[in-house]
Design a protein around this ligand. Structure first.
Ligand code: CA
Length: 396
């Protein structure tokens, strides 16, 4: 066996504080679980000798629970700081990344007060921007698990029913208001039983890690269909996630209080533990940063989202993904969706030397995120990126 050591620069976003998991395939090889260290990917089945890492998703490992997550993380730290089989180490540029989990249920929340207020003003200009329930529970809807795709997957512009305010009746065709939503997603590892509920302080027992999410949104389809039951086809055509799952264990230094919650939520939504997260996002449109959404501003924590999801006895399953909803800060350049950034398309933004309101065919989007690491450095989530392809359906 030839051995190697992994060079980990002090300023790497993928240093020992991070150690995110993903599913990769080397050229000509099958998908398997790896861990990212600096610019390398380490094959865990080959190095740890555990067949759970030969699986094409993280689900079997995630289902083993938190004690095993801690134990494996400690073993990986030892592994990557000593000599390692060079056949088990790949350059991150040489591998193909896959969807890291088999997604069970997918729920998307609406946890940013700035975003909910902005969308309320845009969609319902004559009413109070926040619905009466908004500060009492984390509002969410069930999304479509089967159209969650990994970063790098092209997104085909969806077609559907569109009805602009000045149209008497709807027509059918490609979305003219294709948008993004910059979000964080949380992945359940340990399952719960139907009938049980998870308290906010039990969050770390159940949730394995986090990814960056782009919840693609066709605003014209959404605006016509969403009353009274919420988003459906305006969202379900595709949702993209980043390939590296940052373990919750790597986010200890990012934990902060949520903003003050007034009125105080009901007791099942209250806990002692801090699960606000100091994560900074950046949205690049055709390579130009147009927004920097701050996760720290989110009103509802992911622990409250999971507690709310299960308080009626609904089970949580290994591979459940729940997303935060669009992350928007108070400032214009902190808005995580273009409908807010361009105020419904009325205020185009500069994208390099061009201007944009909504996405055009051929546009690329990359959403990245970083957070403080436990060792004082920063850790990275990498990014979720994609290109928009023209609609393929014909008029009907
Ligand atoms: Ca969303």
């Amino acid at each position: 066996m030839t051995v190697t050591t992994i060079d980990i620069p002090a300023d790497s976003l993928f240093g020992l504080d991070n150690l995110p998991y993903g599913v990769f395939s080397p050229a000509g090889g099958l998908p398997r679980v790896g861990v990212r260290v600096a610019e390398s990917v380490v094959d865990l089945a080959a190095t740890l000798g555990d067949s759970v890492f030969s699986e094409p998703t993280l689900n079997a490992f995630m289902a083993q629970g938190r004690d095993q997550w801690v134990s494996v993380r400690n073993r990986i730290t030892e592994l990557v700081t000593s000599e390692i089989d060079s056949n088990a180490v790949f350059s991150v540029d040489s591998v193909t990344m896959h969807l890291p989990i088999a997604v069970a249920d997918y729920v998307d929340f609406y946890a940013s007060e700035n975003h909910a207020t902005n969308l309320g003003r845009l969609f319902r200009p004559d009413a109070a921007p926040l619905m009466p329930n908004w500060k009492h529970l984390p509002v969410g809807y069930h999304g479509r698990s089967s159209t969650i795709v990994v970063s790098g997957t092209d997104i085909v512009r969806p077609c559907g029913q569109r009805k602009a305010p000045d149209q008497e009746s709807p027509d059918f065709g490609p979305s003219r208001r294709l948008d993004i939503e910059a979000e964080m997603g949380f992945i359940v590892g340990t399952p719960s039983k139907m009938g049980d509920s998870i308290t906010p302080d039990e969050f770390a027992e159940y949730v394995f890690g986090a990814v960056v999410v782009n919840d693609w949104s066709a605003r014209d389809i959404q605006a016509w269909e969403y009353v009274p039951l919420g988003p459906n086809l305006g969202k379900s055509f595709a949702t993209s996630i980043s390939p590296w799952v940052v373990p919750l264990l790597a986010l200890e230094a990012a934990r902060i209080d949520t903003p003050v919650q007034d009125p105080e939520p009901l007791s099942y939504l209250r806990g002692e533990e801090k699960w606000g997260l100091d994560i900074d996002l950046a949205v690049e449109w055709n390579g130009h940063v147009v927004s920097r959404p701050p996760y720290a501003q989110m009103y509802w924590s992911p622990a409250q989202m999971l507690a709310h999801t299960t308080i009626n006895g609904a089970a949580a399953s290994t591979g459940d993904l729940f997303a935060s909803g669009t992350i928007s800060g108070p400032d214009k350049d902190q808005r995580g969706a273009f409908i807010e950034l361009t105020w419904g398309g009325k205020e185009p933004v500069a994208v390099g030397s061009e201007t944009r309101t909504f996405l055009e065919d051929g546009d690329t989007i990359a959403i990245s995120a970083t957070a403080p690491g436990v060792g004082g450095s920063r850790i990275g989530f990498g990014d979720v990126h994609a290109r928009i392809l023209p609609a393929t359906q014909t008029e009907r």
